[in-house]
Design a protein around this ligand. Sequence first.
Ligand SMILES: NC(=O)c1ccc[n+]([C@@H]2O[C@H](COP(=O)([O-])OP(=O)(O)OC[C@H]3O[C@@H](n4cnc5c(N)ncnc54)[C@H](OP(=O)(O)O)[C@@H]3O)[C@@H](O)[C@H]2O)c1
Length: 324
Amino acid sequence: MRAIFAAGPNPDDPLSMVRVGERPEPEVSGGWVRVAVRAASINRHDLWTLRGVGIRAEEFPMILGCDGAGVTEDGREVVIYPVIADPAAVGAAGDETLDPGRRLLTEGGHQGCMAEYVAVPARNAVPKPAGMSFAQAATLGTTYLTAYRMLFTRSGLAPGSTVLVQGATGGVATALIQLGAAAGMRVWATARTEAGRARAETLGAAATFEASARLPERVDGVFESVGAATWAHSMKVVRPGGVVVCCGATTGADPSADLQRLFFRQISVVGSTMGTLDEMQRLIAFCDAAGVVPMVDKAFPLAEGAAALEEVEHGSAGKVVVTV
Ligand SMILES: NC(=O)c1ccc[n+]([C@@H]2O[C@H](COP(=O)([O-])OP(=O)(O)OC[C@H]3O[C@@H](n4cnc5c(N)ncnc54)[C@H](OP(=O)(O)O)[C@@H]3O)[C@@H](O)[C@H]2O)c1
């Protein structure tokens, strides 16, 4: 079958490892199902994979794409829930994200969605929302699910809160703006470009600012996926007793912790990763109830996989998908 895959790791030149070519079709057994992929979305995670982060050398070649949408062999239109966890390890809390053995598609030998077919556990093939295209639904499993958990499970913030989303053009940031605004939060956002700020306002941001700008007032919560480039600003602009929720560190994972500000202003710093299957189902119900449709900025055919990944690596491209 045709696929976009990483031939091996290259920390310095990840795009040189992208290949578009033939890979074996996935075999399914023991409660797994085969999905004919219609669309897969690109995440920063794919660029980490190409760099060799979070994947062992012997796992290459690896088909890229943590999340996607398609059709099962019995004709059901589905969206992929990308977290592969041991249900026995999930425990009474039902939280797959806390299973120490948890893997995503493209990790632990599980091939990804940027191919004609992908194999997933049957529970990971979730009914596709009727009002979304395959391309829109393909974005739900990683960026929208991560944003949902950050906003509604991890932050402790209620509707009416004022929040800041850093790096508004990114995939997770896009979802944070849309979902936060739809839930009745006053969402402010930073972006490095004028185009990025204008896009954030069309997504529902009440106000936008240049990166590191002084804000009119401190915010109840800051949502971080940028890391070192924005962390100092995040710690400065959160109000005393507020919360900084972090899911990623694209620009570096070791900024100053700013401990003096942290304890003196009693700031909570909360980590967040992906989401549970229950949160995925509630995300879909929320999008339906609130009329949220995921943003897709650019779609590339599978054959143009290298160009699609280049957009994400180099540009403020927003959300990019690959159609199959
Ligand atoms: N923990 C989890 O479960 C989870 C899930 C999803 C993603 N993540 C992580 O979260 C991060 C974001 O993922 P994503 O897919 O949303 O990535 P993305 O779409 O590639 O986000 C990139 C955005 O980050 C901002 N940015 C990049 N470099 C910057 C810089 N030097 N200064 C300021 N802002 C910069 C930019 O926003 P502007 O152009 O608007 O300034 C850019 O659009 C990644 O590190 C990813 O691994 C984690």
